[in-house]
Design a protein around this ligand. Structure first.
Ligand SMILES: Cc1cc2nc3c(=O)[nH]c(=O)nc-3n(C[C@H](O)[C@H](O)[C@H](O)COP(=O)(O)O)c2cc1C
Length: 162
């Protein structure tokens, strides 16, 4: 296991998608996310992730206020399709993808036990998007059904490569 510099985070996230896992050892859920922002807020290294309220995973983030991110190696990127097109409400995504969870190192949470970059994050601020304030083209394209994103600002507690 190699600890990584936070400067590497942006580089690794730029690959088109990542897995976000929230929950605890008893029950957790994972979904695919492609958008993100990283930067410094309140003097902390922060990642901003947009999760729609309709996602099963949304409830797990709300419960624990922490989550992990896994940026998969190229040869495992097909997992993004499984975790991004099926809901944990309907299927056991770990069973159908032959993946496993493992305890996170520094937060109370789980990681997808796969090779790649892993980030362990704690939510320090969140806000629900006000769809009325969004540019009209984006509103039509992304929010015609009213399913807004919650923007989670999460401190990156640790980042490492497995
Ligand atoms: C490439 C890709 C990117 C996605 N990005 C997001 C995202 O940024 N935010 C989000 O809420 N859903 C995103 N999704 C959709 C969720 O991953 C998808 O609805 C998933 O099935 C939700 O799973 P859940 O209900 O088990 O949480 C993305 C899906 C794919 C395939």
């Amino acid at each position: 296991m190699i600890e990584i510099n936070h400067n590497k985070i942006l580089e690794s996230l730029g690959c088109g998608g990542y897995l976000l896992t929230a929950g605890n050892a008893e029950k957790a859920n994972t979904l695919t996310v492609s958008w993100s922002g990283t930067g410094v807020f309140w003097n902390k290294p922060v990642i901003i992730v947009p999760i729609r309220k309709s996602r099963f995973t949304h409830g797990f983030i709300e419960q624990e206020k922490q989550f992990t991110i896994c940026v998969l190696e190229k040869e495992k990127q097909h997992l993004l399709h499984i975790f991004g097109t099926k809901s944990g409400r309907d299927v056991n995504k770990y069973e159908i993808s032959d993946t496993r969870l493992a305890d996170a190192k520094q937060i109370r949470g789980q990681i997808i036990d796969e090779a790649g970059w892993h980030f362990e994050c704690k939510v320090i601020y969140q806000c629900d998007m006000d769809i009325t304030a969004v540019d009209s083209g984006i509103k039509t394209g992304f929010y015609s059904d009213g399913d807004a994103h919650t923007l989670y600002f999460a401190e990156i507690i640790t980042a490492y490569k497995l």
